[in-house]
Each structure stands twice: as structure tokens, then as C-alpha cells.
Design a binder for this molecule. Sequence first.
Ligand code: UDX
Ligand code: UDX
Ligand code: ADP
Length: 472
Amino acid sequence: EKNWKGKICCIGAGYVGGPTCSVIAIKCPDYKVSIVDVNPHRIAAWNSDDLPIYEPGLDDVVKACRNRNLFFTTDVDGAIVESDIIFVSVNTPTKKHGLGSGMAADLTYIESACRRIAQVATSSKIVVEKSTVPCRTAESMRAILEANSRNGIRFDILSNPEFLAEGTAITDLFGPDRVLIGSLQTPEGLAAQKALADVYAHWVPRDRIITMNLWSSELSKLAANALLAQRISSINSLSALCEATGADVDEVAFAVGKDSRIGPKFLKASVAFGGSCFQKDILNLVYLCESLHLKEVAEYWRQVVVINEYQKQRFVRRIVHALFDTVTSKKICLLGFAFKKNTGDTRESAAIGLAKYFMDEDANVHIYDPKVTDEQILMDLSEPGISSGIEEVKKKITIFKDAYSAAEDADALVICTEWDEFKALDYQTIYQAMKKPAFIFDGRLLLDASELRKIGFKVETIGKPSPATRGY
Ligand code: UDX
Ligand code: UDX
Ligand code: ADP
């Protein structure tokens, strides 16, 4: 076998582990990188031409190094044994029952990965916490690993939170704003920190590799996501005010963002933020604050999630009102189902919430998304709390392969995801095929409303006033 400078294992071949460690592999040809998962279908997909996640640029990265220094395998134990550095990037869903239900992170998968590492390791390891996890998880990982280690094997725990955003994962990983590595401030902890920094230094400038203590590093990840989400809830709360008063939220965001202390990013009003991280991380933060009896702090952050839900309900109320206060048996066409463009991921997508409200109103919901699979849509909408199950979903939901057929005969189009292709549609053709009056509800401030009005559409845009629905 080749004389590798080091061997890296990544436990969990998901949205975080897969792209992150593929980029490490392409940037560090002197390291052997094994990405392992307990799910054989996922691993098979990573080894095929049809990767399990859609992410622009990912295919090229994987193709360039797969089976050279990048390996996808279900042999979790084998990869643990041979590696010096082990990334743990398993899923950390929100708990569905028991203490902290609906808020706290479920650390079952982290714990079982750690127990596995302790059980099979035959030499010392650097174990890197890569999943987003609430503050002080590294401490639990350390306790499990130390209590189960044998024959003087050392485990040094590092926190190395991931800041990539889906849809831009590869560019984010190639040129990160910063890489954050937290460790215990002991000689061993600092040595482990340096070993991981040396990996990133293959392509990240040293001054962007930031080191700090474990708890600061873990909390920084929660804080970053909470502050980003807070900006969206702030602009979304203002979008309600804009609709009620006659201001235009895009203009307000533009003006505000010019202040260099505020900056222009993450001020785009929308139907709501989604994704696997924002809501989960804020709820983790709220739970953490509550556990520490910081009631006011918990309430402050909880409000970010409250506004996000409010925004979805508000949009639906506005749609129903515009459609003459009833959508029963009407065809409502949702364009986009992913939580943002350039991903097939639907976790916490606003479209799920909208579809739920329309199903509750007995509408016929047409759905088209360029990247989300039919199975995923049906599964998301069959969840408890969304519908009564697959029977109801199959009755009320129809999934289409293109926007034009989804829009045929529809009373309204609802833009849920800001896919570029929705900007380029031939709206003249769509208009002709729709029921009249034909409505477009733009939940992403994506389309040119004045052009659409020239065609004949009635257009309602988040954060933009409309006489018909003022105050809704
Ligand atoms: C503010 C706005 O900055 C300015 O654009 C507007 O025109 C008027 O209101 P001002 O109140 O004069 O200006 O000062 P500013 O620098 O914004 O500070 C306001 C308060 O926030 C001060 O008490 C300051 O100490 C505090 N502050 C500011 C912090 O506690 N932390 C910070 O990071 C920044
Ligand atoms: C986020 C963080 O950006 C990333 O750093 C972290 O590692 C994981 O969580 P992600 O959820 O993948 O990434 O995507 P992001 O671009 O942050 O978008 C999250 C949601 O906010 C999407 O639904 C997006 O549409 C929405 N959004 C984003 C807005 O509504 N307005 C904005 O201005 C920005
Ligand atoms: P994320 O968005 O955090 O990457 P994903 O759900 O996409 O989350 O990926 C997490 C992956 O971790 C899943 O593919 C899951 O099968 C895998 N996984 C969970 N627990 C273990 C474990 N103990 N060993 C190996 N893989 C695991």
C-alpha cells in the first residue's frame, strides 16, 4: 500500500461528511480518506455515477479522487482501526420524544459512533466532532471514549464545526471564511489541534485557521447559525410591516445593507428559512439556555423561530384571501420544494409547511421541483403533523416533471424555492394554460411583478404591498 502521510476516516456519509471529506481528499493527495456509513445504499450511491446528494461541483471532486485516495465503504471498523484522525459527522436530529422533545438534539448516533471507536481502536486517535451539536457534546464524547478505552489508548477530542451552506458546499469548502478548531488547552489537546490544522493548511491560509478552546468552538457554531437566522427573521418581520404600509422590503434591505456595520448578506426576505441547521440550532440554543436557567436569553432566541412560523402562516393567509377566501378544490401549484436553490434537500423546507396548510384546506396541490425526488416529497408530506398519512397525500398532491405541466389548469402559482429556472419560464404560455384570474404568489421575491402584470397575472410578493391584500 502507498506510504500515506496520514489516514483520515469520516463516520457518516451525509450532507456534511460527504462533501467535506471529499474536498479534504482532493486537497490532500498525501492522505488516505475513507468515508464510512452504516447505510449500504448510501455508500453504494457514493460509489456510483449517481451520488446520493446533489451539490454543484461535487461530482468532479469525487471523480477526481475516488479509489485513488478517497474511499467510500461500509467497513466502519476497518477504517477506524487504520486512521489517525476520525471525523464524526453523523446525524443529530431534534429529539422526538422524552426530555427536551422537539428542542434538544438526539445524540444517539454520536454516542454509538463513539462507542464503536472506543471498542475497535487499537491505537490512539484524534476524534473530531464535525456534526453540529450543542455546546459540551465534546465533553460527553470524551467521557464515553475515555471510559471505554483500553491498553493506554488515547483519544483527543477536537471540535471542528462545519460552516458550509448547501448548494454552495464545494465553493464554501474550497475557500472558507475560516476553519475553526477547538481543543482542550493541554499539551496533547494542542498537538491534536496542530495535526488537524496541518490538514487544512494544504489549502486554507494559516490566518484563516482559528484555534480556541472546545466550548468556544462549539458555541460559535450555534451562535453563527442563530445570528444568520435572526437576520432572516428580522427582515421577514419587516416584510409584514412593508406589506401593511406600502414600503418595499427589497428597497429597505438594500438601504440597510449599505451600512457596512450591517452588510448586505442574509437580508433577503422569504417565505421562511428552512434547512437542517437553522431551526435545529436555535432550538438547541434555547434548550441550552433554559437548562442553565437563562430564561430571558432563551425567549430572545425562541422568537426567531416564532417569526419564521408566523411568516409561513401569514403568506398562506394572504394567498387564501386573494383567492376569494377559499382554496377548496382549487389547483395550487407549488414551484420548488427544496429549502433553497441548488440542492435536493428538503429538511425543514418552507414548501412542506405551505403544502400542509393547502392540504388542510382541501386544495389540489401540484408540485414541481427540479431536484427533489417524488419519493422524498411523498415521504415529507406523509409525516405526522403534516397530514394523516400517505393516503391523504396521494389524494391531494400531484407531482410533475416540469413547471409547465404543473401549472396547467392551476388557479395559482406559488414560488417556494428560488430556482434560477423559474426566472426563465415562458410565463405567457403558462398564463394561457391557467384558470383566470391567474395568480402568482412570489415567496422568494424572484420574479419581475410588473412584467407578469402586463401578461395579465395578479401578482402578490412577500414584503411588497398590494391593495388587494394589505394587512394580510
Ligand atoms: C446610532 C447609530 O449607530 C447611528 O447610525 C444613528 O444615526 C444614531 O444611532 P449612536 O447612538 O450615536 O449612533 O452610537 P453607536 O455607535 O451606534 O452606539 C450606540 C450604543 O451602542 C452605545 O451605547 C455603544 O456603546 C453601544 N454599542 C455599540 C455596543 O454596546 N456594542 C457595539 O458593538 C456597538
Ligand atoms: C446554513 C449556514 O449558512 C451554514 O453556514 C451552516 O453550516 C449550515 O446552515 P444552509 O442551511 O445550508 O446553511 O443554507 P443557507 O444558505 O444558510 O440558507 C438557509 C435558509 O435560509 C434557506 O431556506 C434560505 O432560502 C433562507 N435564506 C437565506 C433566506 O430566506 N434569506 C436569506 O437572505 C438567506
Ligand atoms: P448531515 O446533514 O449532518 O450530514 P445526514 O443525515 O445527511 O446528516 O448524514 C448522516 C449519516 O450518518 C447518515 O448517512 C447515517 O447513516 C450515518 N450514520 C449515523 N450513525 C452512524 C454510525 N454509528 N456509523 C456510521 N454511520 C452512521
